[in-house]
Design a binder for this molecule. Structure first.
Ligand code: 6PG
Length: 239
């Protein structure tokens, strides 16, 4: 699999390019099949992307045809400061005027229900809500090479069949709900967005070092591309 790596001057240029690509992909999916499903990423990198999408306006995409999912969620309620859903609601959904007030809008916004007491059942129910193939999965990468909530040396790395699992993450003294490798492999497109000098060492090892060392290296996809900024790409030899 040849790796497509697109390099940008800084995090904002990366966000603008990613927003342009998402608008193009969404428009093509809606034209072809009448809908577009996207799994949003958590953490801080997506915030610039969300701002770029909001700046393009509510009419840039026919958002009435968009289904929002999450790639992973922290083990917190939806209104917790650490919630990936809350971050997306505040930086993307509400600024676009989408129905983000209700905790789970059945038709369009599919939040991971991490507040449910039966976590395993919640993960199974979320897997059942996923489409057979997400049109686009957005991924970030930590400085330990994790992606989604697939952290090094955690059980979810070995999941071969279930699409969504609960993953205990001892290095963060917490648990997460996360898509698994099979769920990402089923997606039509996958885009990593990686920015910042703190990712430079691990990005060089992930893209140019020995394979299958880091969780991010075990992501397989039908259509995979990396969006990286100069700071994160500083130790790459090839790009
Ligand atoms: C999360 C994310 C996680 C994130 C990376 C990068 O829940 O935190 O899903 O996988 O993408 O940790 O995070 P930053 O963008 O904040 O560097």
């Amino acid at each position: 699999m040849t790796l497509l790596v697109r390099r940008f001057a800084d995090a904002d240029a990366l966000a603008q390019a990613a927003a342009d690509e998402i608008v193009a992909i969404a428009t093509a999916c809606i034209a072809a099949r009448g809908s577009f499903s996207i799994a949003l990423s958590g953490g801080s990198t997506p915030k610039r992307l969300h701002a770029a999408l909001v700046a393009r306006g509510r009419d840039a995409i026919d958002y009435t045809r968009v289904a929002f999912y999450w790639g992973d969620e922290r083990g917190v309620p939806p209104d917790h400061p650490d919630s990936n859903y809350r971050m997306a609601r505040e930086t993307l959904l509400e600024p676009l005027g989408l129905a983000a007030s209700s905790p789970v809008s059945d038709t369009q916004i599919h939040r991971m229900p991490t507040e449910r007491a039966d976590r395993e059942q919640a993960a199974a129910d979320y897997a059942a809500r996923l489409p057979p193939a997400l049109d686009l999965v957005l991924l970030g990468m930590g400085d330990d090479g994790h992606t989604l909530s697939l952290f090094p040396d955690t059980a979810a790395l070995e999941e071969k069949t279930r699409l969504v699992v609960i993953n205990d993450v001892p290095q963060k003294q917490t648990w997460r709900m996360t898509l698994t490798y099979p769920a990402v492999a089923a997606a039509r497109r996958v885009r990593f967005l990686v920015a910042g000098a703190d990712k430079a060492k691990v990005l060089a090892e992930v893209l140019e070092g020995p394979p299958l060392v880091y969780p991010s290296q075990r992501i397989t996809a039908r259509d995979l591309a990396w969006f990286v900024d100069d700071a994160a790409a500083a130790q790459l030899k090839e790009v």
